[in-house]
Ligand binder design. Structure first.
Ligand code: CUA
Length: 377
């Protein structure tokens, strides 16, 4: 084999390997729960119906342009003994007009479904849509059901087959100050969550199921961990879940003391309220209140915790209570707060190391708190 014929063959093999590698990324055998090409709701359907035909057109155009380029490069390449300059021409008017008009026509055709899809996606939801307020925090998602007066975190529970009218905000108090972006690829497109604005997004899951979502706008240290899940239930199951959330906690946090005031209702509650002051940031006995950290009143009803990062089980929860910053990066620097922020602007502290003002927690104490929380269904 001459060195002249080996070059193109090697190039071809490298190109083939690269294409195979890229296509392997599109493997459809395993479902990662975030495949926008497998839409499970009306908004995602509309986006998919727009994406697929336009992608096909783009691929056909791409192949045509590449093939033409390769053909011209080979057909008119340098040849031994034929080293004359090609005939110099100033262009072919018919061709020039052709390749100006054709792309313009193509873009005009593509614009019709694109613009109409944009308007369809921006349509207001039906009046019977479920209203949920979504608040992006550093770095977790809070979900508020204003009509039912329920506040929860990490899991957005919705009824299947019904529109959900999301109001997206990045600020409850003055302490959340960055842009996030809300995205559930199988249900809808993305919507930015901007401090000082309330953005809207309508989502709907056609069937019951679990759909994975995440923050899609870089928002600091733990941006990549800012996940959540949408759990779509049948309408009956959803109502059952909602009324469950409206109930008080399984174990009360406080009881009436001998002097008539409210005191911790037991030994574990004393750890939570007094010793470690968990109640500074979390609610344990009222799922209707908005707190700085996630509302934990019905924590045990959730599948996962800490922004969908860990399955909710005793080991994970004990480790988390002891040393959350050892498991996920947490916000720790005060300068990230606005000067007007009243409260500190920090994530969950470590109770084992660098404890600062916090008392050191024993594993037994963490287990006691975890067992208490795991009963709060
Ligand atoms: Cu929130 Cu990225």
């Amino acid at each position: 084999m001459t060195s002249r014929s080996r070059g193109p063959r090697r190039l071809f093999l490298v190109a083939a390997a690269a294409v195979a590698l890229v296509l392997a990324g599109c493997s459809s055998t395993d479902n990662n729960g975030q495949n926008s090409l497998r839409p499970k709701g009306s908004a995602a359907d509309k986006i998919d119906n727009l994406f697929v035909p336009i992608a096909i057109i783009a691929i056909v155009v791409g192949i045509f342009v590449l093939a033409a380029t390769v053909y011209v490069a080979l057909r008119y390449r340098y040849r031994e003994g034929k080293n004359d300059n090609p005939k110099q021409v100033h262009g072919n008017t018919r061709l020039e007009i052709g390749w100006t008009i054709l792309p313009a026509l193509l873009l005009a055709v593509i614009a019709v479904p694109s613009v109409s899809t944009i308007f369809e996606l921006a349509e207001s939801p039906a009046p019977e849509a479920l209203q949920v307020t979504v608040v992006g925090k550093q770095w977790w998602w809070q979900f508020e059901y204003p009509d039912a007066k329920v506040v929860t975190a990490d899991e957005l529970v919705i009824p299947a087959g019904r529109q959900v009218d999301l109001r997206l905000k990045a600020c409850e108090a003055d302490v959340c100050n960055v842009i996030h972006s809300f995205w559930v690829p199988e249900l809808a497109g993305t919507r930015d969550v901007v401090p000082g604005l309330t953005n809207r997004l309508t989502i709907q899951a056609d069937e019951p199921g679990t759909f994975l979502g995440q923050c899609k706008e870089y928002c600091g240290l733990s941006h990549a961990n800012m996940r959540f899940r949408v759990v779509a239930k049948t309408p009956a199951q959803f109502q059952e879940w909602l009324s469950g959330q409206q109930q008080g906690p399984v174990n009360p946090l406080l009881e009436e003391g001998s002097d008539g005031g409210q005191v911790p209702a037991g030994e574990t509650q004393r750890l939570i309220v007094n010793k470690f002051a968990c109640t500074n940031c979390h609610a344990f006995d009222d799922s209707s209140v908005v707190t700085y950290g996630p509302n934990l009143t019905h924590l045990a009803g959730r599948e996962r915790f800490a922004s969908d990062s860990f399955p909710l089980n005793r080991t994970n929860l004990v480790n988390w209570i002891l040393d959350a910053p050892g498991m996920l990066p947490m916000q720790t620097e005060d300068p990230k707060c606005r000067p007007s922020a009243q409260e500190g602007c920090v994530g969950m502290p470590s109770f084992t190391q660098n404890a600062g003002d916090n008392p050191v927690m024993t594993r037994a104490e963490a287990e006691q708190i975890a067992d208490f929380l795991l009963e709060q269904k």
